[in-house]
Design a protein around this ligand. Structure first.
Ligand code: ATP
Length: 362
């Protein structure tokens, strides 16, 4: 049985200025689980972390850590560690002293501090830097010290607020892998906040995709990718974004089809009534370029963005009169700018969402 480490029960946070940052959020994070909160700027991710840490009090709802109701417990008594994007290290202390400082403040003896610092420094590959000062380290190394300082205390939960966002791309990539490795070694629950959906996909055991203070979907990354709960999640997760094309179900002569602007797709779904308005979702990699007489839609190539091994191609359906559709093709099959191509949608990869509220239709 997995133990639940962090529980949010129907948590709402309204700030004194009337701004609702979190709306009736219910979420569990298990021991040893890495939950990633992901969503656009202002959706409430940091506020959720601050609520778990005790830096903010919820307006209503309960927060439990290891089964204990901590809703009104001050931060220092919650046994959580928080790492921010700006890692405030002590500039005059060495890496070893920075790592051990929290334990020293708690009155741990010298031998215990040294032993624990050593374990953490090894895990984070910081051993060669133990005697150096933060100013002598790279951004990624400093971020690892900040992580290490949190780990040394062996908290029940780690809260990471965009810890990678001020690193350059390569370091970001490496430190991300480091966090992933670290997570597998630690028994604690981790909650990691990012606005970067790729970071979320690669790191998380589960994702909570947030919008406007609400969790739109909480599920493992591949479930979110393959079965997004609504059109917002569908568009947010995956790069380039899923195409979302307005269609209406039409029935004629016993056959049923989804008719869009400049294309018609034969399609059967008992959940879709005749005349229903939908958004048809199809990811750029699930569209093939085919001969125009064999195509679901005929489109004009408007823009080609080569990425090396493949290219993102922006097309417009109905030979340029209809909606934009983005596709991804391999580098050896890039169509010419301005050319007319046939597009075929992989039937088993078509998603449908209600036009009115965006909910998935199955
Ligand atoms: P970002 O990715 O930009 O950091 P976020 O998803 O972490 O965004 P939060 O910082 O949690 O978002 O903010 C959620 C909402 O609450 C925002 O609209 C923000 O303006 C508002 N907010 C945050 N803190 C306060 C505060 N102390 N007082 C009033 N409103 C606040």
């Amino acid at each position: 049985m997995t133990l639940v480490s962090i529980t949010l029960e129907n948590v709402t946070k309204v700030f004194p200025n009337g701004r609702t940052a979190v709306r009736a959020l219910t979420m569990d994070v298990a021991d040893g689980e890495l939950m990633v909160l992901v969503g656009p700027s202002g959706c409430g991710k940091s506020t959720v972390l601050r609520l778990i840490a005790g830096l903010e009090a919820p307006t209503s709802g309960r927060i439990l850590i290891d089964g204990r109701d901590v809703t009104h417990v001050p931060p220092q008594d919650r046994d959580v560690a928080m790492v921010f994007q700006s890692y405030a290290l002590y500039p005059h202390k060495t890496v070893a002293e920075n790592l051990g400082f929290g334990l020293k403040m708690r009155g741990a003896d010298r031998g215990a501090i040294d032993a624990q610092v050593r374990v953490v420094a090894e895990a984070l590959q910081l051993v060669p830097f133990l005697d150096q000062k933060p100013a002598q380290l790279s951004g990624g190394q400093r971020q690892r010290v900040a992580l290490g300082r949190a780990i040394v205390r062996k908290p029940k939960a780690f809260l990471l607020d965009e810890p990678l966002s001020n690193l350059d791309p390569q370091l970001r990539f490496d430190t991300r892998a480091e966090i992933g490795r670290l997570h597998h070694r630690l028994p604690s629950a981790m909650v990691h906040v990012t606005h970067d959906q790729e970071e979320a996909m690669t790191l998380g055991d589960r994702l909570a995709v947030m919008r406007d203070g609400m969790a739109e979907q909480i599920a493992p990354p591949l479930d979110v990718y393959e079965r997004p709960a609504n059109a917002f999640v569908a568009a947010f997760v995956g790069s380039p974004s899923m195409n979302l094309l307005p269609v209406v179900r039409q029935d004629a002569d016993g056959a049923s089809a989804l008719a869009g602007d400049g294309f018609v797709l034969e399609h059967q779904s008992p959940k879709v009534n005749s005349g229903m308005s939908l958004l048809l979702g199809i990811r750029p990699r699930d569209i093939a370029v085919v001969a125009t007489n064999d195509a679901d839609a005929v489109a004009r190539v408007d823009l080609v963005e080569p990425l090396g091994h493949e290219a993102v191609v922006r097309t417009r359906i109905d030979e340029g009169r209809g909606p934009e559709v983005t596709i991804v093709v391999s580098a050896d099959r890039i169509p010419a700018h301005g050319s007319i191509v046939g597009l075929r949608f992989r039937r088993d990869r078509v998603h449908m969402f209600r036009k009115d509220d965006g909910r998935r239709v199955d």
